[in-house]
Design a protein around this ligand. Structure first.
Ligand code: NOJ
Length: 554
């Protein structure tokens, strides 16, 4: 196993519009991030990943880019970005940017030109199909609902958009498109950014037959077989790597819907020269029913553990894993995988213990460090996210029980993770002095950074402790991993070890006391726990996490 700085790093993800507003427009901005660098640094993380801040009409909050080389004025513009990059580097941190090149905004000049005529220089930058306005070329649905094809009257053709209508998919078959993208990547790397998180990179190569999808195919399978892993995806990523990425000492992580245990190594194996890591979604799609996130099924905990073990096993000697439990597209981790009511502190602390003791690079999403929880607004008017709003419209058309659907939005909606960071108990949680772009979670007076700074036992302090613990113990980064109780329905107990040290990590994912065998920890010393007292040695208290340690020489 080769050692690398990015394997030993901890990443902190920022969703800029919800971080901290300094300009007073109700939207988080770059100066807000600069203001809060002290907070970020104090966590002990190494890398900041910034969700998109480029020029964009924001049909999908920045994942629809209209100018790849410019920073949106909403966030402070180009000059603010240069200051941010400098400030990040001056504090010893690194910065990775979001690279969104499966699609552009329809307001990007390439598309504005492309739609004018078939002869236009940029027409072939996108994916077009002949037809008539009533019959789309196939039955593909956008990930956000509705046909994935939109009619363009000017050229009497459809264009493909796997996301919103305002996000036309780029035609990666066209080498000019690829060259433009590589030059954009060069632009940012030359500026000094330290890598990229590549948005839906598994989807850039299309299956050109554009065959219909069988009606009954579950969404996760459909992703794997129709939208992702197209025939030239590896050729394209290898080319990108050869022509640009390999020239810099950077880190790359590909967002990978459709990437699974069978195909992941093609993306991340060291000998493939493609990406350093991917985000797979096996554990985050775990509660998706056949129709996706708004058709949820209960989380199968044994399966959850198995997913971690299988991925660890796959990448043990080749490639590298990303360890994460949530981001801006999923609900809050403590609400989803913990118990945000009766064991809020305990379960939030358990989850970070899990993140910091797995093999792979851990990613923390903003707000999780204070245990921010899901939000339950009283009606759909409070929501902003295009995915949520589209799903809502579709549910209405399908005649669904909308009261029930609102409950699903409370549970699964992306805005759960997008409410502003709760800095203190002042108006708007200290996020903005004006009207926030999206309402805060009402609990900000209780859950906020300032409160937790003052409390030595807060979630925030525990995050710092756990991150420091991982950074001090390389065994937790590179060491072997084994699940000792794969079939236990409540406990997650695993070993991490190398030639010198052994760690035994035990988590109780339940609201009840759980017995665990004393044999596991014979000769070990307890080195950390999320409870203050551990009197009952052989029992784990609800949502308790313990880390035991021994040196092999003893
Ligand atoms: C994945 C991003 O994380 C999500 O927020 C976005 O909507 C889609 N890709 C489309 O770019």
């Amino acid at each position: 196993m080769n050692k690398n700085w990015w394997k030993e790093s901890v990443v902190y993800q920022i969703y800029p519009r919800s971080y901290k507003d300094t300009s007073g427009n109700g939207l988080g901005d770059i100066d807000g991030i600069i203001e809060k660098l002290g907070h970020i640094k104090s966590l002990g993380v190494d890398i900041i990943w910034l969700c998109p801040i480029y020029k964009s009409p924001n049909a999908d909050n920045g994942y629809d880019i209209s100018d790849y080389r410019r920073i949106s004025d909403d966030f402070g513009g180009d000059e603010a970005f240069d200051r941010l990059l400098k400030a990040i580097h001056n504090s010893g941190l690194k910065l990775i940017m979001d690279l969104v090149v499966n699609h552009t905004s329809d307001e990007h000049y390439w598309f504005e030109e492309a739609k004018k005529s078939k002869e236009n220089k940029y027409h072939n930058h996108y994916i077009w199909k002949k037809g008539n306005p009533k019959t789309p070329p196939n039955n593909w649905q956008s990930v956000f609902g509705g046909s994935a094809w939109k009619w363009n009257e000017k050229t009497k053709e459809y264009f493909l958009h796997l996301y919103t209508q305002k996000q036309p998919d780029l035609n990666w078959e066209n080498s000019e498109v690829r060259e433009e993208i590589y030059s954009i990547i060069d632009f940012w790397l030359d500026k000094g950014v330290d890598g990229f998180r590549m948005d839906v990179i598994s989807m850039i190569s299309k299956r050109l037959a554009f065959e219909d999808i069988p009606d009954s195919m579950p969404i996760v399978e459909l992703m794997e077989k129709f939208y992702s892993n197209g025939p030239r995806v590896h050729e394209f990523i290898k080319e990108m790597n050869r022509k640009v990425l390999s020239k810099y000492d950077i880190v790359t992580v590909g967002e990978g819907p459709g990437i699974n245990l069978e195909n992941a190594l093609k993306y991340v194996s060291e000998k493939e020269n493609e990406l350093n890591m991917v985000f797979h979604f096996d554990h985050l799609f775990i509660d998706y029913g056949p129709k996706g996130k708004y058709d949820p099924i209960p989380i199968d905990f044994i399966k959850f553990k198995k997913i971690f073990s299988q991925w660890d096993n796959l990448l043990a000697n080749n490639g590298w894993n990303s360890i994460f439990l949530g981001n801006h597209d999923f609900s809050r981790i403590v609400s989803r995988f913990g118990n945000d009511k009766d064991y809020h502190f305990e379960s939030a602390k358990l989850l970070v213990t899990l993140l910091m003791t797995m093999r792979g690079t851990p990613y923390i999403y903003q707000g999780d460090e204070i245990g921010m929880v899901n939000v339950a607004h009283p009606s759909i008017e409070f929501y902003d996210d295009v995915e949520t709003l589209n799903a809502w419209k579709l549910a209405e058309i399908e005649g669904k029980d909308m009261e029930l659907f609102l409950k699903l939005v409370h549970k699964q909606g992306r805005d759960n993770a997008r409410t502003p960071i709760q800095w203190d108990s002042s108006k708007n949680g200290g996020f903005t002095k004006r009207k926030p772009w999206i309402p805060l979670n009402k609990n900000f007076k209780m859950i906020n950074v300032t409160n937790q700074e003052e409390d030595p036992h807060s979630i925030l302090q525990y995050y710092r402790k756990m991150i420091a613990f991982r950074k001090a113990n390389k065994t937790l980064v590179y060491g072997e991993y084994k699940d000792l109780e794969p079939n236990h329905s409540k406990l997650f107990i695993y070993k991490r070890w190398d030639e010198k040290y052994m760690f035994l990590v035990a988590h109780n994912f339940s609201d009840n006391l759980q017995e665990f065998s004393a044999d596991y920890v014979k000769d070990y010393t307890l080195s950390s726990s999320n409870y203050l007292s551990n009197e009952k040695q052989n029992f784990l208290q609800p949502w308790e996490s313990r880390i035991y340690f021994k040196s092999k020489s003893c």
